[in-house]
Design a protein around this ligand. Structure first.
Ligand SMILES: [Zn+2]
Length: 290
């Protein structure tokens, strides 16, 4: 079990290293899949042993082997974040319990095999959308921009995730019917259009000084992925953390009151927290309230 978790984390690190390449090459005409990686400072082509996730950074003490220029902390941090995302997704989808359940039933059940396939698909979709959220986090932080090349595929993946959830629910219990249609179709659409409208109003009121069009698209993605009521948790976390960090930056005079702090990173992290722990947070909140 531990070996399996370690392998999943390792796989996440490798994907994280690829995400760094995507972030670096976005907006340039280079493909993320073609061409060797090089040092952005001295342009020296990097050897395979310079590209081992996290370890290369540690052994090189955060410096380029060829020109000794500092390597950005972004590289190991994105790799570790992606590794953790992969671990958490695997735990979240709860593969192991399902696998045990399936092997425990002595009769080979066609239904449970289909269920397992759906779980694998859902896991893949969550990993993909999570990875895109990490890209959005870093890219918006660096460039104050959420690229369409990332946000549109993410929305498409969130849409597929919704469909896959629906097929699990219908496949298992077709008798429950209309109530589930509301839960699986109406709620996510309501959350997506609701959140997008909310951000559209914010953009109009602040005249685009606070939020941008990218934030509206991101809000739509969040609603679709998280549905109602988890979307409120994500937005609450985003506004709270954004406000606190913005305030801290102003107090320490790193930013002026009127200067821009990108909101995408807060939305992206709020989404990931609400995706995995949203229900727990809402339950806990109600317990305090009642
Ligand atoms: Zn260099």
């Amino acid at each position: 079990m531990l070996v399996l978790l370690f392998l999943i984390f390792l796989f996440g690190l490798i994907i994280g290293s690829f995400l760094n390449v995507v972030i670096f090459r976005l907006g340039t005409k280079k493909s993320a899949l073609k061409g060797r990686s090089f040092c952005p400072h001295c342009k020296h082509t990097l050897a395979w042993y310079d590209l081992i996730p996290v370890l290369s950074f540690v052994f090189l003490k955060g410096q380029c082997r060829y020109c000794a220029k500092k390597i950005s902390w972004q590289y190991p941090l994105v790799e570790i974040a992606t590794g953790l995302l992969f671990l958490q997704t695997f735990v979240f989808v709860n593969f192991v319990r399902h696998a045990e359940f399936i092997s425990a039933s002595s009769v080979v059940d066609f239904g449970s095999a289909t269920e397992m396939t759906t779980l694998i698909i859902q896991c893949g979709l969550l990993l993909a959308v999570g990875s895109l959220l990490i890209i959005i986090f870093v890219y918006d932080l660096k460039h104050y921009l959420i690229p369409d090349k990332i946000i549109f595929p993410a929305i498409a993946i969130a849409f597929l995730y919704r469909i896959s959830l629906q097929s699990t629910v219908y496949g298992l219990r077709p008798s429950v019917g209309a109530k589930l249609l509301t839960l699986t179709t109406f709620y996510p659409l309501f959350a997506a259009f609701g959140a997008a409208t909310f951000f559209l109003l914010l953009v109009l009121i602040t005249r685009g000084k606070g939020m941008g069009i990218g934030d509206i698209k991101l809000a739509f993605l969040m609603g679709l992925l998280l549905s109602w009521p988890q979307i409120t948790t994500a937005l609450f976390i985003a506004f709270l953390s954004g406000g606190l960090i913005g305030l801290a930056l102003i107090l320490t005079r790193k930013k002026k009151l009127k200067s821009m702090v990108p909101f995408g990173p807060f939305l992206a992290s709020g989404t990931i927290i609400a995706l995995f722990w949203g229900e727990k947070i809402i339950n806990w909140y109600w317990k305090i309230l009642l």
